[in-house]
Ligand binder design. Sequence first.
Ligand code: APR
Length: 265
Amino acid sequence: MILSSLGDGSISLSDSLVSTLRDARSIVVLTGSGVSAESGVPTFREAQTGLWELYDPHELATPEAYQRDPKLVWEWYSWRRELVEKAAPNPSHEALADLERRLPEGLVLITQNVDGLHWRAGSRRVLELHGNIMRSKCSVEDIAVEAGADDENVPPSCPGCGAYLRPDVVWFGEVLPVGMLEEAFEAARGCDLFISAGTSGLVQPAASLPFEALRSGAVLVEINPNDTPLTRHADYALRSLAGEVLPKLVKAAFGGQVRGGRSGH
Ligand code: APR
C-alpha cells in the first residue's frame, strides 16, 4: 500500500496512481457521506440540531418509527430535505461528473448518499444504493410518486391509493433495491480500478463492494482522512479530503480544468 499524505495536509499523487487512472478501462467509484460533508450536508453521526437534537436518527430512519409515528418521521425528512436543497455539489461531485464525461462508458458511480448531489453535479450513471431523500414513494404500493400539489396532509397521501407517502430511501433493516445491488456487484467484479471515497466502510452490503473488486484483480484506491477497515487493503490510501484530491487526480490524469457540472434535475 502506498500511503500518500504530506505533513502540511496537502497530498502527493504518485505517477503510478495517475497512470493507473489514465489507463483504466473500467472504473468504479463508491462514495459515502464524507464526500457530501464538504457540501455541508450533515451525516447521521453529526449532532442533530434544533428540535431534532432530542432524537436519535437511527431511531427515526426505520420502518418501525414510521409505523409508530409517520408524521414525526415525515417532518424529520422534510427538515433534512431543506438542508439538502440549501447544499450545493462540491469539487468532489464535480470531479466525478467530469470523470464520467471523459469516460462515458468506463465509469460507474455507486453512492450510499441519499442527497442527490452527484446528479445535481452532472453525474448520470449513478447507482443510489440507499435511495434518494428528494423522492417520495407510496408506503403501500412501493412506487415512486409525488404528493398532489394541494395535499396539505402530513404525511401526504398517495394520489393512487390514498396510503401515506414516505421518503424513497432504504431504512435500517430494509433490503436494498435488488437489481441495483446486483448491478453494483457486477460493476465491482468487472472493473480494473475501484475508488472508495468518503465512506467508513462499515455498512453492508456496500462495504463488500471494494473487496469484490480486489478479488477480481482491481487496483484499490481509498480517499479518506481517517483509517477504515479498508485502508490496509488499499493499493493507494490517500489521507485527504475528497474535495482536494479528486479534482487533482482527474486533472493529473486527463489534463485541463475540471469542468463545472451540468445543471441538476
Ligand atoms: N473526504 C473524504 N472522506 C471524508 C471526508 C472528506 N471531506 N469527511 C469525512 N470523511 C470520511 C470519514 O472519515 C468517515 O470515514 O467519511 C466517512 C463517513 O463515514 P460515515 O459517516 O459512516 O458515512 P458512510 O460511510 O457513508 O455511512 C454509510 O450508513 O449512516 C448510514 O445509510 C447511512 O449511507 C449511510 C451508511
